[in-house]
Design a protein around this ligand. Sequence first.
Ligand SMILES: [Zn+2]
Length: 278
Amino acid sequence: MDFISIEGNRQRLDGGAMFGNVPRALWSRWFTPDELNRVELATRGLLVPDIGGQTVLFETGIGAFFEPKLRERYGVLESRHVLLDSLAAAGHPHQAIDIVVLSHLHFDHAGGLLSAWAEGGEPELLFPQARFVVGRKAWERACNPHPRDRASFIPELPGLLEASGRLELVDSERHPLLGDAVRFHFSDGHTPGLMLAEIGGRVLFCSDLMPGAPWVHLPVTMGYDRNPELLVEEKRRILEHVIAEDLRLFFEHDPDCVFAVVERDARGRYVARCVESA
Ligand SMILES: [Zn+2]
């Protein structure tokens, strides 16, 4: 089984919001802030070209659907749809993807499903052959957001996914489309029903439970998380599983590290050791 990292659009976000209650003096050692106190983040996907004969893409990044004003507000660096170019360069254009798995529908994970913004145009759903695999709880949240996270969703997206007739909701650890190759874990600390994919018994797609290497350290959470204390408990549990099963973590947002293994340091803290850089 091959695991191919697919770079998407990059984003600059407020460092304080990304690192929750971590002091700036600490997080600025991990990621260097710019003059607006923002840190640069990746929004990448993971392509697995052969799961039971199907080409599967885990997440689509933020894409380029924002109009120019919102693109600037959310710090998206490129105006073109970088993930589409990366897929084509890898020999797997979006038209040829059989399954897209989405951990949740926040725009920096699902925005890449949509065509790039164009003056006067409506957003269109890309991936014309793909089935879209989404956790049921995350789907329900996207359809009925909370006032606190409403701005993180794309209002048009649920309707487009439903109208495609290719939406597949997941309720349990396995989905028939993916067979035994993918086992799903669920977490509620970041958003209800965040769906983490354990792929081929080798890689854990950990999504916003741990968006990059610094967040592997238990107390480090994001200001965007709805329930940080619950998230820390969920993280502890999944990290024990990761170590026991010798899994690699795939980081969607880490600007420098794509794959890491998890170790415990002399003081017993979980640390990520990068094994494949961006
Ligand atoms: Zn999120």
